[in-house]
Design a binder for this molecule. Structure first.
Ligand code: AKB
Length: 318
């Protein structure tokens, strides 16, 4: 049963490692990090290994050493970081996925999870309630790698019968690990700024909207998808996954209702074009039908949870 989580110290990895350990036991989940050092608490919580997932042989040794049965492969360079270093994004996002899929077939692993993103969509995709199957012409290197990765997963499922499952994560919002390099990061940064300075300058304009989700919902979706019977899984590229859609102005207004004196303005940078290329909302009917997806968090609950959690985290740091 041992599970491997690559990218375990990242924004999704921190929460997913904890969620998997809560479900399967601490020792059953081997967390794998590379560049970002884990906190002392994270290291103490269960087994931890340092490996660069681009090193196929090192991954192979890890699978043998821990007799791994399933891999949650989270290593990725996000959209903003990917535009600043497209070659690295291609290498990190795709070579590592290919290694994981090949090793999963070779070692006959039971399952692989790999996150895709709303970044597979592009300006030619229908913007509202984007269908599961639609035009996929991404304009970022991150989106290009996610689209190629989806097709690679689909191919390995068809060709080798590999049980690989995937979700198109929207922008994920959490206070537990502050993200970096993403376009949706403004929806996390605003809470830190509201608490520290009562002012936030968005790097996107007021009308910008994209699919967003509180991290706990994303974790629920990931665990539910992986626990679903294999014959319920009808999508082997990646499932659309929806929860919330709000403009930057709507988010700021919701924060201002709870933080007296909070102000904001806008200074769009290169990430505006990335945000503009993504949909406002997605149709996740297939995920709902196949494995019962339904989110729990609405915008007011998310804002309350983020303000309380971010304040606690910043307080704990200082
Ligand atoms: C990003 O902004 O790059 C990511 C994503 C939406 O995949 N959070």
């Amino acid at each position: 049963m041992p599970l491997l989580v690559t990218g375990a110290v990242g924004q999704v990895g921190t929460d997913l490692t904890a969620a998997l350990r809560a479900r399967h036991g601490a020792d059953a989940v081997i967390a794998v990090g590379h560049r970002t050092p884990p906190s002392a608490a994270f290291r103490a919580a269960g087994p931890y290994e340092t490996v660069d997932a681009r090193d196929r042989d090192a991954l192979d040794r890890l699978i043998r050493k821990h007799r791994i049965d399933a891999i949650y492969h989270l290593v990725t360079l996000l959209s903003g970081a990917g535009e600043q270093n497209p070659d690295l994004a291609w290498d990190v996002n795709l070579s590592t996925l290919k290694h994981v899929l090949d090793l999963a077939v070779h070692h006959k692993l039971a399952q692989v999870f790999w996150p895709s993103s709303i970044a597979v969509f592009g300006p030619t995709t229908p913007r509202l309630n984007t269908p599961q199957r639609t035009i996929l012409e991404p304009t970022t290197m991150y989106g290009v790698t996610k689209l190629a990765g989806e097709n690679l997963c689909h191919y390995y499922a068809l060709r080798y019968g590999l049980d690989v499952r995937s979700l198109r994560y929207p922008g994920l919002i959490t206070y537990k690990t502050f993200s970096g390099g993403g376009t949706s990061d403004y929806a996390v940064e605003i809470f830190i700024a509201a608490i520290e300075r009562k002012h936030y300058t968005f790097f996107v304009n007021a009308q910008t909207a994209m699919p967003m989700m509180y991290m706990d919902d994303a974790m629920k979706a990931t665990l539910d998808l992986m626990a679903a019977p294999a014959d319920h899984i009808t999508v082997r590229t990646s499932y659309n996954l929806g929860a919330l859609s709000f403009t930057a102005a709507e988010l700021a207004t919701a924060v201002a209702r709870r933080v007296p004196g909070f102000t904001w303005d806008h200074a769009p940078d290169f990430r505006q074009a990335i945000a503009d290329s993504w949909p406002d909302s997605v149709d996740d009917g297939q995920a709902r039908a196949d494995w019962g997806w339904a989110p729990d968090y609405d915008l007011p609950t998310l804002v309350d949870t983020m303000l309380a959690g971010t304040a606690k985290r910043l307080g704990a740091k200082g």
